[in-house]
Design a protein around this ligand. Structure first.
Ligand SMILES: [Zn+2]
Length: 190
């Protein structure tokens, strides 16, 4: 009897013929659903890591650091998971929190305020407390960053619509030109 392989996605065993080999994990997944879902997850993890990296690089540059203290990292990751600190307590604020790229957008919106605070309120400090203080300024800009993102998406959709309409108009014009050319060709023969 042929050996059965265990799909890492659903945990069910199956024959090799029903499965797809994944080079990266060196495991066999069920064709279609399990394999596709695994690829989707892998892609969102890749995007998440990329966005985290961009945010991290931005913050260490902003605070002139080489590495970000662990406590600050934890707070950012908690925020991503939907938790915020209220009066020293962790409170669930959202089912899923803002993504790291939205936090980066919010940081950029708050950049002038933050730089002013670092110079005038925080005595140019870049310790965990000062970074936390600035993070709170960023959090206050999350709604504005989200509104801007939504508006950007509406504009992008409108642009796509317009370019689609342009294409249709161009096709219509081309068709008319072709018809005219055809007619001219015919008269040429007459
Ligand atoms: Zn499976």
């Amino acid at each position: 009897m042929a050996r059965l392989l265990k799909c890492p996605r659903c945990g069910q065993c199956d024959h090799k013929e029903n499965m797809i080999y994944d080079e990266q994990t060196k495991r066999h997944y069920h064709q279609l659903a399990c394999y596709d879902n695994m690829l989707k997850d892998r892609e969102s993890t890749r995007i998440e890591n990329e966005q985290w990296d961009a945010l991290y690089q931005y913050i260490i540059k902003l605070h002139d650091l080489v590495v970000l203290p662990k406590g600050n990292i934890t707070r950012l990751k908690d925020l991503r998971a939907g938790y915020i600190m209220k009066n020293g307590k962790q409170v669930r604020q959202w089912r899923t929190g803002p993504d790291f790229s939205l936090m980066l957008d919010a940081y950029k919106l708050a950049e002038n305020d933050i730089k002013w605070c670092i110079a005038n309120k925080l005595d140019n400090s870049n310790d965990i407390k000062a970074i936390n203080y600035c993070m709170s300024i960023m959090i206050n800009k999350l709604n504005e960053a989200n509104d801007r993102r939504k508006r950007r998406r509406v504009i992008e959709k409108q642009k796509q619509k317009v370019s689609l309409q342009d294409k249709e108009i161009n096709i219509n014009i081309n068709n008319k030109v072709n018809i005219i050319n055809d007619e001219m060709d015919i008269t040429g023969f007459l």
